[in-house]
Write a protein of this length. Sequence first.
Length: 322
Amino acid sequence: MKLGIVMDPISHIKPYKDTSFALLLAAQARGWATFYMEPNWLYAEAGQAKSKWHPITVFDRFDAWFELGAAQQGDLAELDIIIQRQDPPVSLNYHYVTALLALAERHGVLVANRPNALRAANEKLLAQHYPDLCPPTLVTREPSLLRAFLAEHEHIVLKPLDAMGGSSIFQIQAGDLNTSVIIETMTEHGLTMAQKFLPAVREGDRRILLINGQPVDHALLRVPQADEFRANLAAGGRGQVVPLRARDRAIAARVGPDLAAAGFWFVGLDVIGDHLTEINVTSPTCAREIDAVCHNDPAGQLLDFLANQRLNNSAAPRLSPR
């Protein structure tokens, strides 16, 4: 297989926990040819999606973890599989990249997750397709509706729709003197999600990985620090690998088939207590942490699935250039 990965600069990652790095390690272990691309390198010419790319060699260590070969200019249709992994925020340029990858897909490349599906999704709103699995939720830019929601539930969390890693998340309780300024700050930048505060977050936020709709057997439980309510690892949360609970499996069984059918083949579900809070589809993480304990190679599982998909589709004719 010839694998291309579109990702944020590899020089800036933390290799001990980066899932994109885990995918490169797994591809290399399988003897695949691997090619590294950054989003701004992609372009289109005469209807063909193209890019600069570098052959890449990776090393499972904490320094000097990669070597790039000489830059090449190529047609994305030369690759078998492309994995797009860019961290939010999902900007307009991100949408353009998915559109370029959709061109490559039309010429026979297997792109994961599917670019048109990514372009249509918002990771926080995607969970709202299953409102009975989620905590009480409101999405609005209207301050009076947020105030009414706070009055009803007394303790809520406000989140921007386009951030990650616990960035710009606030909790408010009824009577908080900062309520007005928090609501003003959040709504000034666009639609805001409000959810009822879940006390179970003190016990941790579970990241459940789905591969083609099926859950990996263990999750990463992210437990907030004593003086924090955000469990995200980027906000200082402590990770602990745990077996899936019956409730985790029930949530996965409910949403997994729909997501896989839509072309979301690698997904991270966030579950607090018994509630689904987010469906991560742009760059799900935690594969390395789970593999370090369970030795179940979630990255390799994904690559094996994608390889089978690519081989099963190999008989399909590629579109000829117009």
